[in-house]
Design a protein around this ligand. Structure first.
Ligand code: NAD
Length: 257
């Protein structure tokens, strides 16, 4: 198994990419700390893992809170002894997020607090734990919008994901000689609750789909497979990189008929 004897903490584990990754990592032998602000969904993830014979524990945390992030890392070490994989995946896309003129300051601040500060805090408290374990892998969820502007305006979200990508590179350089690898997973548009709520009309969905060479939204499970590669020793010479898993959207100038 590809993650045997590893302990992995996943934020946003109650839904979408986080849920599918928790299930996938557990299948590969990892013990999972499922972190989510939504307690019901987080506990449901743990339930699904244990039903399949895996090992997991739920920890409630709001990733934008320093105290919660310190606690989730303590929880991981006190529950499973060590921490080897930190997947800073929780993120939000506010339906009020729009262009610069119409987006409220409150929406900007909320998005930055969860999407950017959340990753920073995960690393701030998680890195010492990975160091204590002799090294490990950090995966930060950015997005394809860190590379190109989105067709449907989302100024705060796009900016937040650019920041996640830069932060990832900075962290990777700093911690490379400590055997701590840091990479960014950059999903394309996915058929998860987060995006489907944002693209809440058929017209908005089509507006996005038209740009994707593969002509479909991605699945959270497809991101979980990519995260598994970054978490495992198979990516041992990879740090400071972005892994784009996006149906070709970032490569497209015009979309094939
Ligand atoms: P999702 O909404 O299905 O899941 C996100 C989870 O994060 C939810 O369970 C939610 O409760 C949790 N969460 C939200 N705020 C939190 C907080 N403050 N503290 C702790 N947990 C919190 O979304 P998803 O599509 O699985 O997205 C996961 C990540 O992937 C996000 O960072 C998102 O920006 C990114 N992403 C998604 C897409 C997409 O198309 N869905 C594309 C690119 C990147």
């Amino acid at each position: 198994m590809r993650l045997n004897n590893k302990v992995a903490l996943i934020t946003g584990a109650g839904s979408g990419i986080g849920l599918q990754t928790a299930l996938r990592f557990a299948e590969e032998g990892a013990r999972i700390v499922a972190v989510d602000i939504n307690e019901e969904n987080g506990r449901e993830t743990v339930e699904q893992i244990t039903q399949r014979g895996g090992e997991a524990a739920y920890c409630r945390a709001d990733v934008s809170s320093a105290a919660d992030c310190a606690e989730m890392i303590n929880f991981a070490e006190s529950t499973f002894g060590n921490l080897h994989v930190l997947f800073n995946n929780a993120g939000i896309m506010d339906s009020r997020d729009d262009d610069a003129e119409s987006t409220e300051e409150e929406v900007w601040d909320l998005t930055m607090n969860v999407n950017v500060k959340g990753v920073f805090l995960g690393c701030k408290y998680g890195i010492p734990a990975l160091r204590r374990a002799g090294g490990g892998s950090i995966i930060n969820t950015a997005s394809f919008v860190a590379f190109i502007g989105a067709a449907t305006s989302q100024i705060a979200y796009t900016t937040s994901k650019g920041a996640v990508l830069s932060m990832t590179k900075e962290l990777a350089v700093r911690h490379a000689r400590e055997n701590i690898r840091v990479n960014a997973l950059c999903p394309g548009p996915l058929r998860t609750e987060l995006l489907m709520k944002f693209l809440n009309t058929e017209a908005k969905k089509q507006r996005r789909l038209v740009h994707i060479p593969m002509g479909r939204f991605g699945e959270a499970r497809e991101m979980a497979d990519a995260a598994l590669f970054l978490a495992s020793d198979e990516s041992s010479y990879m740090t400071g990189s972005e892994l784009l898993v996006d149906g070709g959207i970032t490569a497209a100038y015009v979309t094939p008929e």
